[in-house]
Design a protein around this ligand. Structure first.
Ligand code: UGA
Length: 463
């Protein structure tokens, strides 16, 4: 592997780009590349989505993205189509940004969209071009696609360039990435990617040139590590609860060690979303196929720790309600898997809401942007349009996604609305002393009582 953070070479002809798949990744990549000055054609088989995007309507909530898409449409550099023929004649570099969801009933990834993109595009390409995979795929996928292209006599070459953006800061992460990974099979592949990312390389972004396999693994390993870090701190939260420690203090102390670092060390309800949960399961499944399942066996425990936080949160609500939730009104604050996003895939918040619904509660979920997606995913829950409506007459309030409007809540904001002053702060974002002083029963994850074995009801008196 060669490590470079040098300026890219310049080439006279500016490549034209296509972006296949217009989900979170694809829309963001297309708009950001257009903002860097490239002509970009976004491609999706969903005609309704293409029509909306062409009219400047961004179908997802992502800070800065809608404005960026509009600006780039106005500039004329960004367009959208359903036509692979147009994509083939337009583009020199084709980015694959389609989804790779978890296969139903299994841990592996569904690669059908990635494969069909390549098999649909390749026969239409009549000049040398580069197909660049950005989707998260099991290691070995890129090599299989490269062999397909070679076997089909295609003039296209394959590269893998994994994406590390986070939802909620996707635009920023794309335009100012920590690193760019280029898995290539030739100097030409590297040169083209250097040209495409020239502005970012000029800004000093580290550029890693690797094999296809290392590039794929860079993504799988990064997400596995992040998930492990989050579950590690949540495992310590379990220990704190039993032993009488405080996870907030503990994670601050751990994070002060630069070898550990404080990021992804926020204890609470754990990770969800369309990436970390599916990616650790996909990684385990692929390692199994490769005969090295024990090498990533710890990821099974990472997954279990993560899911345990959800049942623990529901248990705290049940306890606050006096052991019975049948018929009780429960107010759930948050449906998105994280703030800054309307994505409810594998959302811990919605899972907890569903558990409480299963316990017989009337569950009212309020989220500032994700309610429509949540209602489509879990229609059996109630979705009032305001926080006040959600909290009215509630026996327990649970803060499950740390949107700013929830983290800023003060005890008096809710006191006049609820039936009983019970709150579970599953993201550890409120100030416990303020809520306790105002007469609330306050529970959080990872805060023990100070004396091992003391009942949780004494918890509040330890602040
Ligand atoms: C994650 C990775 O962080 C990105 O680098 C990667 O590109 C992306 O997956 C992907 O594969 O596409 P994302 O899922 O958007 O990004 O969000 P994160 O910020 O990593 O958060 C994931 C989940 O972990 C959220 O539910 C969040 O609430 C939770 N989390 C995060 C914690 O519980 N504690 C933390 O300290 C950090």
């Amino acid at each position: 592997m060669r490590w470079r953070s040098v300026h890219a070479q310049s080439y006279s002809a500016e490549p034209r780009l296509t972006v296949l798949g217009t989900g979170y990744l694809g829309i963001t990549h297309a708009a950001c590349m257009a903002s860097l000055g490239f002509e970009v054609l976004g491609v999706d088989t969903d005609a309704a989505k293409v029509e909306k995007l062409s009219a400047g309507v961004t179908p997802i909530y992502e800070p800065e993205l809608a404005e960026l898409v509009k600006a780039q449409l106005d500039s004329g550099r960004l367009r959208f189509t359903t036509s692979y023929d147009k994509a083939a004649s337009f583009g020199d570099v084709h980015f694959i940004c389609t989804g790779t969801p978890q296969l139903p009933g299994g841990g592996g990834a569904d690669l059908s969209q990635v494969r069909s993109c390549v098999t649909a595009l390749a026969p239409l390409l009549d000049r040398p071009s580069l197909i660049v995979g950005k989707s998260t795929v099991p290691v070995g996928t890129a090599r299989e696609l490269a062999r397909y292209l070679a076997g089909a006599g295609s003039r296209a070459e394959l590269a893998w360039n994994p994406e590390f953006l986070r939802e909620g800061s996707a635009v920023r992460d794309t335009l100012a990435p920590d690193r760019i990974v280029a898995g290539v099979t030739s100097q030409r592949g590297e040169d083209v990617l250097r040209q495409v990312y020239e502005p970012l390389l000029n800004a000093g972004t580290p550029f890693f040139v690797t094999s296809l396999e290392t590039a794929e693994l860079a993504k799988a390993a990064a997400n596995a590590f992040l998930a492990t870090k989050i579950s590690f701190i949540n495992a310590m939260a379990e220990v704190c609860e039993a032993a009488g420690g405080n996870i907030l203090e503990l994670s601050e102390i751990l994070g002060a060690d630069p070898r550990i670092g404080g990021q992804s060390l926020r204890a609470g309800l754990g990770f969800g979303g369309g990436c970390l949960p599916k990616d650790i399961r996909g990684f385990m499944s692929r390692a199994d196929e490769l005969g090295v399942q024990s090498a990533v066996g710890l990821l099974g425990e990472v997954d279990r720790i993560n899911l345990r936080r959800r049942s623990r949160t529901a248990d705290l609500a049940l306890e606050l309600a006096g052991g019975e939730l049948t018929g009780a009104t429960v107010c759930v604050l948050g449906a998105a898997f994280k703030p800054g996003s309307d994505d409810v895939r594998e959302s811990p918040a919605l899972d907890v809401a569903q558990i409480l619904h299963g316990l017989g509660a009337q569950v009212r979920v309020y989220d500032p942007v994700a309610s429509a997606n949540a209602a489509a995913a879990r229609p059996e829950l109630q979705y009032p349009s305001s926080l006040d409506e959600a909290a009215a007459d509630a026996t327990v309030v649970l803060l499950l996604t740390e949107w700013p409007e929830f983290t800023a809540l003060l005890p008096d904001d809710l006191a006049g609305l609820v039936k009983q002053k019970n709150i579970v702060d599953a993201r550890n974002v409120l100030t416990p002393t303020a809520w306790l002083a105002a007469g609330w029963n306050y529970r959080a994850l990872g805060i023990g009582t100070g004396t091992p074995g003391r009942p949780a009801s004494e918890l509040e008196r330890s602040w």
